[in-house]
Write a protein that binds this ligand. Structure first.
Ligand code: ADP
Ligand code: ADP
Length: 229
């Protein structure tokens, strides 16, 4: 069974329907791109998968465990240990350098500062932000902040990576570098990676594309080709 399975998700924000029967599978080592026009429900779907929003109907399971009905305590543990969630606007801690922002999740998990910083430096390198390690978020460009946020989400070795427009502030060459790093990470660590994007060039790096239209998913389309589930 795929690592993450979402089925028949329905979710409204007040009276605005966001999801009207959305589902997807996300397998270990796989990259899936969720695409679709603005307002089609991409962010809401990601929030349901991450347990940040709870669907009105349907189910989300992670490794066979229902995520949508978990108590908040277990959810926050999952988000800390097994999930790496990257939001559209990085949410880095302004007082800390890029290096310490990335090292922090490791230190919170008990890794000593020196070892945490060493691993953090490796992940910054991987995402092309090694040279910005000593800068604080206010000194980073939008694209640099996105690279740092990705490094921070991946440094703890999550099994599931959920990223909302991780290349939204990057030009096309930089987007390709970041997607290549994500593909490499999925292959090497076996992480399941979901990327929300409106950029077809970014989606082309994924193994599969799930298209959302008015809150409904169409699975298995990539680069215009039908793909078996
Ligand atoms: P996308 O990420 O594809 O742009 P969203 O999931 O953000 O789509 O939004 C889906 C629909 O739900 C849109 O109509 C949007 O305006 C609405 N929506 C999203 N979040 C909220 C919210 N917090 N309150 C009210 N409406 C919302
Ligand atoms: P995206 O660019 O990912 O599609 P949106 O611009 O749709 O994101 O939404 C950004 C944030 O604003 C989200 O947290 C969403 O919940 C909130 N939001 C989106 N649409 C609405 C809305 N109509 N009313 C209130 N909040 C909204």
């Amino acid at each position: 069974e795929p690592l993450v399975v979402a089925r028949d998700l329905v979710k409204a924000h007040g009276r605005t329907p966001a999801l009207r029967g959305a589902g997807l599978d996300l397998g270990a080592g796989e990259i899936v791109a969720v695409t679709g026009p603005s307002g089609s429900g991409k962010s809401t779907l990601l929030h349901c998968l991450a347990g940040i929003a709870s669907p009105d109907e349907g189910s989300v399971t992670y490794a066979g465990e229902r995520v949508d009905t978990l108590p908040e305590r277990r959810l926050s543990e999952l988000r800390r240990t097994e999930f790496g969630v990257v939001f559209q606007f990085g949410q880095l801690i302004p007082e800390l350098t890029a290096l310490d922002n990335v090292a922090l999740p490791l230190m919170l998990a008990g890794t000593a500062r020196g070892a945490a910083q060493e691993r953090a430096a490796d992940w910054l390198e991987r995402f092309g932000a090694g040279e910005q390690r000593g800068l604080r978020p206010g000194e980073l460009s939008g694209g640099q902040a996105q690279r740092v946020a990705l490094a921070r989400a991946l440094v703890t070795g999550p099994r599931v990576v959920l990223a909302d427009e991780p290349t939204g502030a990057l030009d096309s060459l930089a987007s390709e570098q970041v997607m290549a790093a994500l593909v490499r990470t999925a292959r090497e660590t076996g992480a399941a990676v979901l990327v929300v994007t409106h950029d077809a060039q970014v989606a082309a790096y994924a193994d599969r594309e799930v298209r959302l239209q008015d809150g409904v998913t169409q699975d298995g389309v990539t680069a215009g080709l039908e793909v078996h589930a």
